[in-house]
Design a protein around this ligand. Structure first.
Ligand SMILES: Nc1ncnc2c1ncn2[C@@H]1O[C@H](COP(=O)(O)OP(=O)(O)OP(=O)(O)O)[C@@H](O)[C@H]1O
Ligand SMILES: [Mg+2]
Length: 157
């Protein structure tokens, strides 16, 4: 499933619609070049999950936590050297905390990804603000999620 976005506002709005559909145990991995819009999309998801307060790029913390309808764990693998760094902070335990895990640059540490997850590839297309968002479901649950998202966002493309 693919959606075009021609502005940061639209990218965030698509994220917000996705956020409204996510629930406990969901895992989203975002890929795309520097400045593609991964963090912006995460902002949208957080907003759709009713997070109050700032959402920033993971900086000195490996995992940032926000509280919305569910706990949200936001992580950027770009800054990590290896899976070991995740193991050291108890990565596996984050899967049992009833939250939603959102990872930027997830492809960089494939062993950290669960079997079922939603992959989102963002690439720049056309002029400066053009983005193509590709939604790649791993598992039946995410197939259903993106079907619903496609219907929600149909009129925006
Ligand atoms: N259609 C668009 N969708 C998303 N972002 C856009 C779009 N057009 C322009 N932008 C700009 O691109 C930038 C995206 O920044 P963002 O931090 O979300 O990227 P990122 O993929 O997280 O980068 P990094 O890999 O460095 O973390 C923002 O400055 C945003 O305003
Ligand atoms: Mg980012």
């Amino acid at each position: 499933m693919e959606i075009h976005s021609y502005s940061p506002v639209t990218t965030e709005a698509i994220g917000r619609e996705l956020g409204k559909m996510l629930g406990s145990g969901d895992f989203v991995s975002l890929t795309g070049d520097l400045g593609a819009g991964k963090t912006l999309f995460v902002h949208g998801i957080a907003s759709g999950l009713a997070v109050k307060g700032p959402v920033s790029s993971p900086s000195f913390l490996i995992i940032q936590e926000y509280q919305g309808r569910y706990p949200i764990f936001h992580c950027d693998f770009y800054r990590l050297g290896s899976y070991q760094e995740l193991e050291d902070i108890g990565w596996e335990e984050y899967f049992n905390r009833g939250g939603i895990i959102l990872v930027e640059w997830g492809d960089l540490i494939p062993e950290a990804l669960p079997v079922d997850y939603l992959k989102i590839e963002i690439s720049q297309v056309g002029r400066e603000n053009g983005r193509l968002l590709r939604f790649i479901p791993h598992g039946k649950h995410y197939e259903a999620v993106i079907k619903e998202l496609a219907i929600k966002c149909e009129s925006w493309a």
